[in-house]
Design a protein around this ligand. Structure first.
Ligand code: ADP
Ligand code: MG
Length: 649
């Protein structure tokens, strides 16, 4: 196709009216205009005559209400949103009176932007953008933000941006309007140079001095072309700039480019208003932190619980005296224990008496718990000796004055002796032979020292210390747990028969564990609900901040659209931004959760087990929330009409 015969831009009967309520403004009323490749055209006219409207239509960021626009012979009416974006991206460069640079991005980043949307590789983009900036005298300003540049410099950045994808057609709307006369002259000089290099330049101005820079001047009045100096007939058409530069035809930008852009915007948004962002993210942070901390504490509790359960098993129950008053209850006796042992499904019974005692060795006095029981204590409580040996059946039968020392007592009474077995200790002033030292069991759940005790045969305690054949409890081992209830009932009726009334309590380990397990499960459920609610609140927070962001950055969205961003690019950008924000919230929540867990462990001595799965799950949950709730604002941004977005304040 011959460039000199087919106009690059061909407008026939173009009308554009704006309707607001009942008022209809006819900005363009039938424009007929052909512009050929390589021309330098100025469109002049008074303010309100329709220049910008015409430029928006030529630049494909607005559609005419009537008329036909052919670009390089092709009717653009058939192009959809993304088709128009592609044409803008590949063939047009825009220069605005107010520069319209993206404030959070460096000069270099702004210039690269059209190529990002064209999917050009990073190295190519970088090279070309740097070269363009250098050519426009901004080699030392590449990494400055727009706010750090003068008006003239910003306009030169926007010229570089318009050239990034080739800039076959450059549309400049009042490019010198905001500049001092020196910078204005400079910018006009650059446009002339570009025209000389074969770019098609359409310069819009209300100033006839500015228009004089062009070769062809078109005057517009009240939405109609009033005069046209016409093409310079004698002018030899120069070889025009290829409609698109290399790489400019494009695939979507690669995912990482999106991510990079979005992460940058997200961090920029964070930096612009950190307090607002922090408050917005608090829901996500709290949600993730509670999941992480509570899971860790819950798992810790479960683990120590399981450890306890497996240490002492669940196949036992305890019979204890109900109340201490001799009037209302009879003490449990060894005879009761023997009788229980004879019941069906009872594999053993361990009688025990728990009493206080005072120990003395050398000059040290210690209060201790005296546990008087049988050798079955070892197996029932899974509690063996660390040193020496357990007392024997013979000791039990004869009531010998022998005993085992708890680990704490061994340490306190015999600080200098590794193994006190064979030594003598006074219990309530009666000498006892120490046969061994018990394994340490540490603190109980209630914080009591379980090692501050001595264990001796029942008969020894009854004969030598307390002078009574009474028990505190009888621990009963069950053979078949499936018949637990029948066995409990049998023990109950046996003891009622023996005591004449129910003056005892029955606790079975299995139901105690089951109860604890149920409590844990319901508290987990509650915590899960709390976490879910705070996640939801967090998601709404993300949606809120994204809606605000989209509203605040409407013009940026318009600029991106003008330089060729697809619907998907903008959708993806804001969606990724929401995801990045929620991921930041998730990571902070994770840190907070770990801190809470560590605090629980160090301050309250809780067992805490962190779970990688919970951490990943919680952060993923936050990101999913961000995605779900970020979608609506992102979609709203993507659907914005470019021309409306551009003109927003
Ligand atoms: P110029 O750029 O020459 O100053 P415009 O093309 O901006 O003129 O505007 C042409 C006419 O259309 C003006 O009367 C203006 O008020 C009107 N106009 C422009 N944009 C809109 C809009 N978005 N809604 C309603 N009227 C508009
Ligand atoms: Mg205007």
């Amino acid at each position: 196709m011959n460039a000199s015969h087919v106009p690059l831009i061909d407008l026939t009967g173009i009308c554009r009216s704006y309707r607001s309520g009942d008022v209809v403004t006819r900005a363009l009323r039938g424009v007929e205009l052909s512009i050929y490749s390589g021309e330098f055209v100025a469109i002049v006219g008074a303010s309100g005559s329709g220049k910008s409207t015409l430029m928006n239509i030529i630049g494909l960021i607005d559609r005419p209400t009537q008329g036909i626009y052919r670009f390089a012979g092709q009717d653009v009416a058939g192009l959809d949103r993304d088709g128009l974006a592609a044409l803008r991206r590949n063939s047009f460069g825009f220069i605005f009176q107010q520069y319209h640079l993206i404030s959070t991005v460096s000069a270099l980043g702004n210039v690269e932007m059209p190529a990002v949307h064209a999917g050009a590789p990073r190295a190519y983009r970088h090279r070309r953008a740097s070269a363009l900036l250098a050519r426009l005298g901004l080699a030392t300003r590449m990494f400055n933000r727009p706010s750090q540049l003068s008006g003239g410099q910003q306009q030169r950045v926007s010229i570089a941006r318009s050239l990034m994808n080739g800039g076959a057609v450059i549309l400049a709307d009042e490019p010198t309007g905001a500049l001092d006369s020196k910078s204005g002259t400079e910018v006009l000089g650059i446009l002339k140079e570009l025209a000389g290099a074969g770019h098609t330049i359409i310069l819009i101005t209300h100033d006839s001095n500015v228009a004089a820079a062009a070769e062809r001047i078109i005057r517009i009045e009240d939405g109609l072309i009033a005069s046209d100096s016409g093409r310079d007939a004698g002018r030899v058409p120069r070889s025009s700039v290829a409609v698109a530069a290399r790489h400019a035809n494009g695939t979507s930008p690669p995912l990482w480019a999106w991510l990079e852009e979005a992460a940058r915007s997200a961090f920029a948004a964070l930096a612009v208003n950190p307090v607002r962002t922090a408050l917005t993210l608090s829901g996500i942070v709290i949600g993730v932190a509670s999941v992480v901390a509570m899971m860790a504490i819950g798992r810790g509790a479960q683990a120590s619980f399981m450890e306890r359960a497996s240490a002492i098993g669940t196949n036992w129950l305890v019979v204890s005296r109900a109340g201490e008053s001799a009037v209302t209850s009879m003490p449990l006796t060894l005879a009761d224990a023997e009788a229980i042992k004879d019941l069906a499904n009872v594999s053993g019974s361990m009688p025990a008496l728990w009493e206080a005692g005072i120990l003395r060795h050398a000059n040290t006095d210690m209060n201790a718990e005296v546990i008087a029981t049988t050798a079955e204590f070892r197996t029932v409580h899974n509690w063996d000796t660390a040193k020496g040996m357990f007392f024997t059946k013979e000791d039990e039968i004869s009531g010998n004055a022998v005993m085992l020392l708890g680990a704490t007592l061994a340490l306190k009474l015999f600080p200098n002796i590794a193994d006190p077995s064979g030594s003598h200790v006074l219990v309530n002033n009666i000498p006892f032979l120490v046969t061994g030292v018990l394994e340490s069991k540490g603190l109980s759940e209630k914080g009591m020292d379980r090692d501050n005790n001595v264990v001796m045969p029942l008969r020894t305690a009854a004969m030598r210390l307390y002078g009574k054949d009474e028990l505190s409890e009888i621990v009963v081992s069950i053979a078949d747990m499936s018949r637990l209830q029948q066995t409990k009932d049998a023990i109950k009726s046996l003891l009622i028969r023996r005591h004449g009334r129910e003056d005892f309590w029955l606790h079975d380990a299995a139901s105690a564990f089951r109860k604890a397990e149920d409590e844990r499960r319901s508290s987990n459920l509650l915590l899960g609900a709390i976490a879910a609610i705070s996640m939801l609140v967090g998601g709404i927070g993300i949606m809120n901040i994204m809606l605000i962001t989209v509203a605040e950055r409407t013009r940026e969205i318009g600029v991106r659209a003008a330089i060729g961003a697809r619907t998907a690019d903008i959708l993806g950008q804001f969606l990724t931004e929401a995801i990045v924000l929620s991921a930041i919230g998730g990571v902070f929540g994770l840190l907070l959760g770990v801190l809470i867990g560590i605090a629980a462990a160090t301050l309250f001595g809780m067992t805490v087990i962190f779970s990688i799965t919970a951490a990943i799950g919680a952060v993923t949950g936050a990101v999913v929330m961000g995605t779900l709730f970020g979608f609506m604002p992102a979609f709203r941004a993507a659907r914005l009409d470019p021309v409306v977005a551009l003109s927003s304040q």
